[in-house]
Design a protein around this ligand. Structure first.
Ligand code: PRX
Length: 634
């Protein structure tokens, strides 16, 4: 018998040992006892990190929506599956039961089928945080269509790049989206994007804001009339364990986003099991993750993990500051939220506001608090613990990645003693290793190195869509026979892990994973720019912000105008999340003799550590460094 719900620290250690010593047996028992299979697997795991190739539950047949919906209908049909809290608090919250969700998913799946979509086709979901987003994901999964959710804050160009990369046949969007007091013209962004996407044949449009929009005959269809005509019976497509479930794009160290591909069975088992334990979900709990479904946190811990456990998952359309800074706390009081999972950047932003915004509300329903997406600083951790959790709700600082699918390092609430800023211990089945730069594993405690994982876990991404070589080069080449996260970490005297931050060219700004290369590519497109380099520097709310060093071709124009134009260009090409906080114009950038920009030096300068640059005499142009230091922006 497997133990699905860990209840004591001894159990954690015992299960952890089993998951390391007999990983196949461990995961086989979990999979067998807690999920619905049309056929069991022939082999639990086959893997080779050098190829790399990873397969879990090979030979098994299933449909993830039967696990997330159908099997709950007998006992929990009337239970709320999705609790939708709209952007505007005057609009009523909507409780969607498992019965209703099942019906709407089946209808939508039939709509997709009627439009000619087949197993294996890709559909891009560019939607706000509304129930139709969850419904669309599950409708795709119902018929074996691969969804690619693109965060609705991305620009038309970023959207087009992602649609084309996975050759999506359809886009599902809405007429617009609400974001605090603003309304955003989502359909307009899609229209611009689709000028570049010949692969898209159909656009389904949800009526959310009721704005006037242009519908292109033959291509664009309102979703509601199609749904009302569709049958609510849709047999789930029988899928192979290793068939693709979704693609989700993340940034990397080149301009092209990486479409991480997740497959069905392993992903399902791991996110369901982590959800149950990391949040200690109990039957009548009201769980709320405030992340956007456009990111992995939303995929795994708003949609699939909670629904696979028959949980009630709050779906929040709004922002933490609208209509006031008390919105999060108001929602917690209103729905008696028991688990609340958010990002350090939101905590820092709200902690700056008067504590009366919190004190107005009754937060006594809370049992577990979570954070994810970036390192949480000590001050924010204590504020969260004191003001929100009243020192009674343990904080789970959960580390994971788009690539890992599910949570990798985390305390288990009420079980693992927490420590501020530490993600503490590996989750069951996760075998971390810290490596030095020479590729040796650092053994023992009180060490710091690069964080790798030595053994496959079920929800690891299987490839980068269309580019397996890049998958290998990015994650499996830095260290032999290990998955490399790209993060640095330390292990303290008791074996607790703390993530120290990225060691590659990715910068985490407000919890968003931004690669420097795509942003630099856009900056360099500005006609006045000769070259550019961006680095991250510490920021009191965003965690990190972007500091750019830019060399202009001519210096005749008003520099502030050029600054505005560059940020405008970034907003258009990528989206406002990638805007530069600081733009310093320079006479040149420090380079090695082979012409490589020395970002290490630029990073030190942006961090106010210019007295510790090391030996710069080997640079091609050491003279520019003095100049850059002298003109540093404060
Ligand atoms: O640097 C780590 C940071 O976020 C990166 C992954 O970003 P993304 O794929 O967008 O997924 C974010 C949500 C899971 C990681 O490589 N990160 C994530 N969680 C933590 C974190 N850094 C520190 N502490 C965390 N708890």
């Amino acid at each position: 018998m497997s133990n699905y719900n860990i209840k004591h620290i001894e159990e954690y250690y015992q299960l952890y040992r089993k998951s390391v010593n007999e990983p196949e047996l461990f995961w086989e028992e979990i999979a067998e006892e807690h999920f619905l299979w049309q056929k069991k697997w022939d082999k639990v795991l086959s893997w080779d990190f050098r190829k790399p190739e990873i397969k879990w539950f090979e030979g098994a047949k299933l449909n993830i929506t039967e696990n997330c919906l159908d099997r709950h209908l007998i006992n929990k049909g009337d239970k709320t599956a999705i609790l939708f809290e709209p952007n505007n608090p005057t609009e009523e919250a909507v409780h969607i039961t498992y019965n209703e969700l099942h019906e709407r998913v089946c209808k939508m799946a039939n709509v997709l089928k009627d439009r000619g979509l087949n197993k294996g086709d890709r559909v891009c979901l560019y939607l706000p945080m509304i129930p139709e987003l969850v419904i669309s994901m599950l409708a795709c999964a119902r018929i074996g269509v691969v969804h690619s959710v693109v965060f609705a804050g991305f620009s038309s160009l970023a959207l087009a790049t992602r649609i084309n990369d996975s050759e999506c046949k359809m886009v599902v969007t809405s007429d617009g989206s609400y974001r605090g007091s603003k309304t955003i013209d989502l359909k307009g962004i899609v229209d611009v994007a689709l000028k570049e996407c010949s692969c898209v044949k159909d656009v389904l449009v949800v009526n959310r804001v009721g704005s006037e929009i242009k519908m292109i005959p033959g291509r664009d269809h309102w979703l509601e009339p199609l749904m009302s005509k569709a049958s609510s019976v849709c047999t789930a497509e029988i899928m192979d364990a290793e068939d693709p479930l979704f693609i989700l794009y993340t940034s990397g160290s080149t301009g092209k986003p990486k479409g991480m591909l997740h497959t069905i069975a392993g992903y399902m088992v791991y996110v369901a099991y982590t959800f149950k334990n990391v949040f200690q979900y109990k039957e009548n709990d009201i769980y709320w993750c405030s992340a956007d479904i456009g990111w992995i946190t939303g995929h795994s811990y708003i949609t699939y993990g909670p629904l696979a456990n028959g949980a009630t998952s709050v779906l929040f359309e709004g922002v933490p500051s609208y209509p006031g800074y008390g919105r999060f706390w108001e929602v917690i009081q209103k729905h008696k939220v028991t688990q609340f999972y958010t990002a350090p950047t939101a905590i820092r932003a709200l902690a700056r506001e008067d504590v009366s915004y919190v004190e107005k509300y009754d937060l006594s329903s809370l049992k577990v608090l979570g954070t994810v997406g970036e390192p949480i600083n000590e001050e924010a951790w204590h504020w969260y613990d004191d003001c929100i959790g009243k020192n009674k709700s343990p904080i789970v600082d959960t580390f994971f990645q788009t690539e890992t699918g599910g949570i990798m390092l985390t305390p288990i609430p009420y079980i693992t003693p927490t420590k501020p800023t530490y993600a503490t211990l590996p989750f069951i089945g996760v075998q971390p290793a810290l490596m030095d730069e020479k590729g040796n594993e650092l053994i023992g405690n009180q060490v710091e190195g690069r964080l790798c994982i030595k053994y496959p876990w079920p929800s690891i991404a299987r490839t980068i869509w269309g580019d397996h070589e890049r998958y290998k080069a990015t994650y499996f080449s830095a260290f032999d026979n290990k998955y490399f996260t790209g993060d640095g970490a330390l292990r303290d005297e008791v074996g607790y892990y703390r993530i120290t931050g990225r060691v590659d060219d990715v910068i985490i700004v407000s919890g968003h994973n931004l690669g420097t290369a795509p942003i630099e590519d856009v900056i360099n497109e500005h006609p006045d720019v000769a070259e550019s380099a961006i680095v991250g520097y510490p920021h009191h709310i965003k965690g990190n912000a972007l500091y750019s060093y830019i060399t202009l071709k001519s210096i005749n124009r008003d520099q502030n105008i050029v600054r505005k134009e560059i940020n405008q260009l970034i907003t258009e090409r990528i989206g406002p999340i990638s805007k530069l906080e600081k733009i310093q114009f320079t006479n040149g950038l420090p380079k090695t003799r082979s012409g490589k920009i020395m970002r290490r030096i630029l990073r030190k300068i942006a961090h106010n550590e210019s007295n510790d640059l090391g030996d710069i005499s080997t640079l091609l142009n050491p003279e520019v460094v003095e100049d850059i230091i002298g003109n540093k922006l404060v």
